[in-house]
Ligand binder design. Sequence first.
Ligand SMILES: [Fe+2]
Ligand SMILES: [Fe+2]
Length: 217
Amino acid sequence: MTYNEQDLRELSDSVAARLSEKRFLHTKGVEQEIERLALIYLPEKITELRAAALLHDLAKELPIEEQIAICRENGDPELDSAVRSPAILHGHAAAYLIPKNYPKYALPEIISAIYKHTTGAERMSIFDKLLFFADFIEPNRPWQYCRKAREKFYAGMPDDPSVRSAHLDLSILSVLAFTLRYLKEKGTEPDPTTERFAAALKKQYPNHTVEIQGETE
Ligand SMILES: [Fe+2]
Ligand SMILES: [Fe+2]
């Protein structure tokens, strides 16, 4: 445990001052969800995961031009694709803001998880995956699909700890399949990193059939 309750309270207050009420409510939902996930998957990193949750949408409400400028100044290697899909930029920009604005929280695992939280990546640590998934299923998300994914995930939690990481991977794969289909239906080009993330997971579980809301794909 790197941080104590007072650290996290101060961090939460500081983040609250930078975000709208709605965005902060989502942020607190992610913190709450990641704590629950951490108890199952990574109890030794619970405070680091909570800090990552509190900081993950730090740049979400900055003007897009400012997000681009932050990424450019820091030599973001994925700047071109992030500019093409601006929703991705805020994860990258937040990752670059942390060392300057919140140096106490500039751990490589926190920065990595925040950088990858909107798209995922071909290589994701369990820490990265927990932030990615908590962001999707946190209890304040208004969409029915998120609520269902959350219920299904906890209801299906295997008793055998050795298969729990596969359960997380397959739950993430389901969410990715849903997101990619949703984007396709909307006529929006999905980010190639997300497609690579889904493909890498599919390859890891070749015999698994991806379920989307009770349907199969
Ligand atoms: Fe985000
Ligand atoms: Fe978020």
